[in-house]
Design a protein. Sequence first.
Length: 60
Amino acid sequence: MGKDVFCPYCKKTVCAGKVRALWLILSIPTGYLLIYLLYCLFTSGRICPECKRRIYEASP
């Protein structure tokens, strides 16, 4: 479900997804699930599984 992108923080090519599992789990009981999923849908950033930082792809 991820996409292979280069992470400038850990200097590796990783398979990065858009959703952080921890924030997804925490947003369910608090009622912010829809807001978080919309945020992930409309942002261009992906999450590096190695360093857990958000990666934004460079514009061409």
